[in-house]
Every structure is written in structure tokens, then in C-alpha cells.
Design a protein around this ligand. Structure first.
Ligand code: DGT
Ligand code: CA
Ligand code: CA
Ligand code: ZN
Length: 570
């Protein structure tokens, strides 16, 4: 589906229109973007059937822009707008806390055109003097520039993984390909990816390389040799491929999965045993004969250890444990029995409860929990008391209608500034599950944020804390919170910590999961899906849990409905 791309295009056009001083047009584009983002139908289907203008907010002008984009893969109108705009909107727009309006203001007042100009102006203290901006904004701009610098070249796993899976799918259609696998950081399920690594085996490597460089989603070929190549996909991410002999698939996969430190340690262990390890196999030093290479298991075994899951290969102590046969048995990708955070049309989601339930049933789940937003949050359509009761009836009705999956009613409540919730206890008591999270006051000092969350965890109605650190991978650092104290309290109060699998969130992250598991805290992996397709994000959360060495027992939604409910506070 290109829905998100189209919505992004319209939003981007709206950003540039700020410079053209077209307030009505801006609003129209933003509104249309919202509609398309929330559309459950495939926008390309709507387009093919010439129904674009039937969508609310899409008039002739906007329909034409969408048509051009879907036909040609780019927008001529946007290109013209870009040419006519004097500033580097794309890079400036990535700095958190400044939108197109501020960019325009900064251009008018300080002639800021690039991120470098912005940094210079902030360092000289010029931004705080502009009305409506002030010293805090200036400090935040400097922090965001630093943050953007650190993260800009890496892509969230969620995006890289779908591109990687698509490449694997295409390569599998080629008869010359014997085996093909994702390798590198994507196979290790690292939260951000520098480039995608693919490994294939074949007797005709040139044919595989030829096919690889000509895939329809390739934008540029960066390097091309007889057995390896690098391309840049249209999505912007680089993909490296290596084609090797089928006999050494295991050794090659081990090598190209990494990480580098893990490999270095393995090589050292090989040397101690009179062996030599490379991407071509494990060899006896004296005879130069290959002793293992067909599978990763073979190689690990000959090195004197059990198989290590890719998500653990980070040189974090896993090799020593493997040598002593003491590795934890990680939660598996098929162990999840239900998803405990998702949104529907009752708040800001784009599917109905029934649609979400049917999609979840297809995934083989036993239960789901609907957790629409409540209260005073600036989210469109948040639930109040009355609508929570109406929703209960809706859920009861659908539970009667659909067999084979149980729909629970929950909410995602906001933890207010003082640690209380934005929905009274007498309402929350009646719900199956209450998920609480912080959506405001991100800049609060550590002590205050920590106390806010602690107070919410002591609340008898709160079952799960959602996205506990509030970070957005490429946009926002986490708020300052004392997770040691939070985990201690989680154990004491039996509050579940969420591993939010939404690609931009991945929160708790891997290292936090590991600390939580160590502290004996129970976890839930939830997608936070805002439409039915997004239920597939679950595997990202499972990958994160595995990177945090979590076992099935640590994750409450691997349990049957009855057992899962029993493990909650109330
Ligand atoms: P990334 O792409 O930055 O997210 O991280 P990786 O881990 O995918 O790193 P990448 O793409 O540079 O290399 C893929 C794998 O190839 C890496 O995990 C281990 C292996 N590798 C790459 N360079 C070296 C090296 O110099 N020595 C060893 N032992 N392995 C390497
Ligand atoms: Ca890589
Ligand atoms: Ca690479
Ligand atoms: Zn939401």
C-alpha cells in the first residue's frame, strides 16, 4: 500500500506551501493527508477505479497531484515547489521542535537556509531573541541537531525489514538461487539498520547478481562484481548481496550476520583450537581441510558451543554462556497468543473493532485488547466515560458474532502531570485491561517524570505501562527517567512493562528489556496498531524481546487468555 507515501507527499507539499503563503491550500492538503493516512483501502485501488475525488477532502487539484505521483513515482508539483523555496526544508524539517512555520520565520528574520545556518544562529544566541521562540527552543534546537546527526544515516528496523523481505521474496523466484537469507543487523533485529545484507547461494552467481541489480525497486547500482554487489533501493536504503557456494552457507551466514565483535571472538576461539574461521568455512590449520561450514549449528558445535540465536550475537556475554550450555531459551516468533495494545476508529485508529479482531484471528491469536485513547489528550476522538460504555456494548456484540477470538476492552489512559490518570477509577475498574502512558511533559526533570510514573504504577487500576521511555527512534530522545526505580516498582506492584513494537517506538528497547528481565519484571509485547496491517509489527517487538534475552515466561501475552488475565494486578 502506498497510502503512507501519498499522505507524506501531501504533507510535504503543505510544508512548502508555507513559503508560498497559501493558508487555505495548506489546510486542504493537510486534511487530505490525514484522510489518506487513515484510509483502510489501498489508495492505488481507489486511484485505478478513478474514485480519488470521492474521498473526503480530495478535490480536483489534490487528485491531480496524487495521480501524477502514483503514475510517475514522483510529483512534478512538489519538485517545482522545492525549486521555488529558498531553504533546505527537508533537512530543517528533521530537526525536532521546528515546523514549516518556524522555518519560514527563521528565514525571514535570520536568513537561515540550512541546518548549518540554524546551528550557527543558535550557538550565537540569535534564536532566543525572536519573538515566540525563546531560550528553551534554542537549547532544544541545538540538542536536536546533535541527535539528528547521530541517527540520520540509519533506518528503523521496521522499514528495513520489509524492504529486506521483499528482496528475499524476489530472489526466491529466480531458479538459479538455492538458498537466500537476510544477514547483518537486520537478521539480528537491531532497532536501526545501516544497510541491508543479503546472502544467497547459487551455482551461477553472475545470473543472481544480474537479476539483483535489475530488480524493479533498485534506484542505483553502487557496485557490481561476479559474486557481490551493492544497490540503493528507491526507498533510499542500501542493500549488499553476496553469492556463495551452497556447501558453505552456514559459515558465510555466520560471518555476514555478525556482529563484528561476535565474529572476532569466534575467530579467536577457533585459533585456540588449531582451527581457522572465515566466511568460507571452518578449517583445520594443519591439513587445511574444511571441518564445518554447511550450517551455523555445525560451526558453533565444532567451536565447542551450542547454537546462538542471531539476536544475541552482540558480544554481550553470549559466547561464554553458550560454551557452558547456559543460554536462555528465547521467546519464539510464534509464541504470542494475543496483542494487548491497539487503536480503532473509536479514537485515532482507522479500522473497526471487528476488522481488527478478524485480522488478529487470521494471525492465530486467542485474544486482543482494544485500547483506544481517553480523556483530554489532543488526539482526535479520544474516549470519554460515555463512549467507553458505548464501546463496551459494541465489543460485547462483536464477541457474540465472531468465534475463535476474544476481544477484551481496555483503554490507553494518560498519566497526567501529577501522576494521576485522566479517567476516574470507577470507570477504569470495569475494564479488562488498563494501559497507562505518558504523552505530555516530556521535558520534565528526571525526578518528576519518575515520580509521575511511579504514582501511576501504584494505582490499582493500572495493569500495563505503555512505551515506558517515550522515545521515537529518529525523532525524539526518551524523557529522562530512572528505569532502575521503575523496574523495582514494577516488580513490587506487579505492573507489566510494555515492549511497544511500533517501528518508530520500539520501547522498551533491547537493553532495557534485558535489565527488566534481570529485575524479574513481567513484560507484554504490543503493536500499538492503528490499523489492521500494523498488527504485523509484532515480530519487531519479539525481535526486541529476544535481543533483551527474554524467555516465553517473561512475556505475559504468550499465555492463554485465562493465565494472562491471572498474571495482571486485579
Ligand atoms: P549496520 O549495517 O551498520 O546496521 O550493521 P551490520 O552489522 O549489518 O554491519 P555491516 O553491514 O557493516 O556488515 C555485515 C556483517 O558482515 C557484520 O555484521 C559482520 C560482517 N563484517 C563486516 N565487516 C567485517 C569485518 O571487518 N570483520 C568481520 N569479522 N566481520 C565483518
Ligand atoms: Ca548491514
Ligand atoms: Ca553491509
Ligand atoms: Zn493512538
Amino acid at each position: 500500500m502506498k497510502n503512507l507515501e501519498v499522505a507524506e507527499l501531501l504533507n510535504e507539499i503543505a510544508d512548502y506551501l508555507e513559503f508560498a503563503n497559501e493558508p487555505f491550500k495548506i489546510r486542504a492538503y493537510r486534511k487530505a493527508a490525514l484522510v489518506i493516512e487513515g484510509l483502510s483501502e489501498d489508495i492505488e485501488q481507489v486511484w485505478k477505479e478513478s474514485r480519488l475525488m470521492e474521498l473526503p477532502g480530495v478535490g480536483e487539484g489534490i487528485a491531480k497531484k496524487i495521480d501524477d505521483f502514483l503514475k510517475n513515482g514522483k510529483s512534478k508539483y512538489l519538485q517545482e515547489l522545492k525549486k521555488a523555496t529558498p531553504v533546505d526544508m527537508e533537512s530543517l524539517g528533521k530537526i525536532e521542535g521546528i515546523g514549516p512555520k518556524t522555518i519560514l520565520k527563521l528565514y525571514k528574520e535570520l536568513k537561515v537556509k540550512t541546518v548549518a545556518d540554524l546551528e550557527k544562529a543558535a550557538k550565537k544566541g540569535k534564536i532566543q531573541k525572536i519573538s515566540g521562540l525563546g531560550p528553551t527552543v534554542e537549547q532544544n534546537i541545538l540538542k536536536s541537531i546533535e541527535f539528528a546527526r547521530k541517527t540520520s544515516e540509519r533506518v528503523p528496523l521496521g522499514f528495513a525489514l520489509s524492504s529486506a523481505e521483499e528482496v528475499v521474496r524476489m530472489l526466491k523466484t529466480l531458479k538459479e538461487v538455492q538458498k537466500v537469507s537476510i544477514a547483518g543487523s537486520t537478521r539480528r533485529m537491531k532497532e536501526t539498520i545501516g544497510d541491508i545484507d543479503i546472502l544467497a547461494t547459487s551455482k551461477a552467481p553472475e545470473k543472481v547478481i544480474e537479476f539483483f541489480t535489475k530488480m524493479p525497486n533498485v534506484a542505483d547500482v553502487l557496485a557490481k562484481g561476479p559474486t557481490k554487489s551493492s544497490v540503493r533501493l528507491k526507498e533510499g536504503i542500501q542493500v549488499d548481496i553476496r553469492v556463495l557456494d551452497d556447501n558453505i552457507f552456514g559459515a558465510a551466514l555466520l560471518y555476514f550476520t555478525g556482529n563484528k565483535e561476535h565474529n572476532i571472538l569466534l575467530r579467536r576461539i577457533a585459533i585456540e583450537k588449531g582451527l581457522k574461521l572465515s566466511e568460507y568455512g571452518l578449517f583445520d590449520n594443519k591439513t587445511n581441510r574444511i571441518v564445518a561450514g554447511r550450517t551455523e549449528e555445525d560451526v558453533y558445535k565444532k567451536l565447542g558451543m551450542g547454537y546462538i540465536e542471531p539476536e544475541m550475537r552482540e558480544d554481550e556475554g553470549e559466547i561464554e554462556l553458550a560454551q557452558h550450555n547456559m543460554l536462555p531459551k528465547l521467546i519464539g516468533y510464534n509464541d504470542i497468543k494475543g496483542d494487548l495494545q491497539m487503536h480503532t476508529r473509536w479514537s485515532d485508529g482507522s479500522n473497526t473493532i471487528e476488522e481488527m479482531a478478524l485480522a488478529a484471528k487470521k494471525l492465530g491469536y486467542e485474544y486482543i485488547c482494544i485500547t483506544d485513547h481517553t480523556g483530554r489528550l489532543a488526539i482526535a476522538n479520544a474516549l470519554d466515560e460515555k463512549r467507553i460504555l458505548e464501546q463496551r456494548k459494541d465489543i460485547d456484540k462483536i464477541n457474540k458474532k465472531i468465534r475463535g477470538i476474544k476481544i477484551l476492552q481496555g483503554v490507553e489512559v494518560n498519566i497526567k502531570d501529577d501522576g494521576t490518570l485522566d479517567m476516574p477509577g470507577k470507570v477504569l475498574k470495569q475494564l479488562d485491561i488498563v494501559v497507562a502512558s505518558i504523552h505530555s511533559g516530556f521535558k520534565n526533570p528526571k525526578e518528576k517524570i519518575t515520580k509521575r510514573m511511579l504514582k501511576a504504577m501504584e494505582n490499582e487500576n493500572v495493569d500495563i505501562i505503555a512505551h515506558p521511555t517515550g522515545r521515537l527512534i529518529t525523532k525524539r530522545e526518551s524523557y529522562d527517567i530512572d528505569l532502575d526505580r521503575i523496574f523495582e516498582a514494577a516488580k513490587k506492584t506487579n505492573t507489566i512493562m510494555e515492549i511497544n513494537a511500533y517501528p518508530e517506538r520500539m520501547d522498551l528497547r533491547d537493553a532495557h528489556v534485558r535489565a527488566a528481565v534481570k529485575a524479574g519484571v513481567k513484560l507484554a509485547i504490543s503493536t500499538d496498531a492503528h490499523n489492521a496491517d500494523q498488527l504485523h509489527f509484532m515480530k519487531l517487538g519479539i525481535g526486541t524481546a529476544r535481543r533483551g534475552w527474554a524467555t516465553k515466561n517473561d512475556i505475559i501475552n504468550t499465555r492463554s487468555l485465562k493465565e494472562m488475565l491471572k498474571s495482571l494486578k486485579k
